[in-house]
Design a protein around this ligand. Sequence first.
Ligand SMILES: Cc1cc2nc3c(=O)[nH]c(=O)nc-3n(C[C@H](O)[C@H](O)[C@H](O)COP(=O)(O)OP(=O)(O)OC[C@H]3O[C@@H](n4cnc5c(N)ncnc54)[C@H](O)[C@@H]3O)c2cc1C
Length: 386
Amino acid sequence: MTETADVVIIGGGIVGSSVAYHLTDMGCTNVLIVERAAQQGLGSTAKSAGGVRAQFATAVNIAMSRYAIDFFSRFEELTGHTAQYRPHGYLFIATRQAHLDYLETNRRIQAAHGLTNVQAVSRDDIISIIPQIISDDILGGSFCPTDGFVDPYSVMVGFAQRAKERGARVWLDAEVTGIDVNQGSVTGVRTSRGDIATPVVVNAAGPWAKLIAAMVGIQLPVEPLRRKLVHTQAFDAIPARLPMVIDMTDGFHFRREGAGVLLAWHDGRDEFTYDMTFDDEFIEKILTRATARVPAFADAEVNPRRCWAGLYEVTPDHHAIIGPASEVAGFYLVNGFSGHGVMHSPASGRVAAEWILDGEPRTIDARALGIERFRTGQLLHETAVL
Ligand SMILES: Cc1cc2nc3c(=O)[nH]c(=O)nc-3n(C[C@H](O)[C@H](O)[C@H](O)COP(=O)(O)OP(=O)(O)OC[C@H]3O[C@@H](n4cnc5c(N)ncnc54)[C@H](O)[C@@H]3O)c2cc1C
């Protein structure tokens, strides 16, 4: 017998779980998450650095982050689980006047959109946060104390568990192989575990989203981009508590992860691929880069097995695509977070659930994230990309 559901969500990562949470929160409980892996969270969710920030340049990203930070700070009350939200801040460091001007412009945009706690910081302020830093070329920066980190896996579990308590179901080991469309409307989903009759399908397949969209004939501009993280062994030569530190010279950034440090850098060699192999040569490169800014990193030790590569799901304008796909009634997109899918998971779940149940996003004005923008040329311009 064919299974039925009011909404089928393809992909059980942090985004699909948030959509399920928000749908069930709004009273739609006959929701089925279909996940091809044997457990949830093995896609990009497990690879994330868990950074959360509101310091963005566009109204919609700032609004999504403000929703998220409020949500993460009340996560336990809302879901019964911890998000491990640590508001340790994000520190952007400018070494060029253009970057300092850019931070100043962003601060004005951020304040105009209700984010009023971003502070301009001086070189001395930066030295007081991380005394070991090479500072001769630093002109200043910006700091937001409510930015910080969460544990992506815990967030995903919190969303999924609460959704399940309200009636949602999760199929694991169930690969979606096709989507049925009749007279322009979704009617069902075919999976390796059996078929499901449903009028609504949500594409929450992360880096694999374009393959799901292709099943209904939609060309989704979301590409998988390999990104790498290097986790040092215990390292006590810099402060135990640090914000995310971003050197705007070239985007090199780092933060504390337990007793070690998580180092990240887009060295320009990442590529569109589904290959998640971590290339060991990258360790030497990033340590050289790290040492140029913080000489103490010369003594950091790295175990290659504690480094990894994962996939960003990137769009041409580095903004997510959220909303209905107009060509196919009942098919919704929650994709293309371009490195921000963990921090924007609460808002994207809310926006998607409102599109599905109310026909429009009400809590956050996220209409600008519709896929139509790629047809109409109304792309968004976000330059605060890591
Ligand atoms: C190195 C790295 C660092 C990052 N750092 C940050 C950060 O600091 N902050 C931040 O906000 N974001 C960060 N991100 C981005 C973030 O991790 C992603 O945007 C987010 O996890 C996307 O979640 P998702 O649920 O959409 O995708 P995923 O977690 O990939 O989930 C998609 C799921 O769909 C399933 N699936 C795919 N195809 C099918 C199918 N045919 N049938 C059934 N299931 C299917 C997959 O198995 C997978 O579980 C980072 C990403 C990487 C790679």
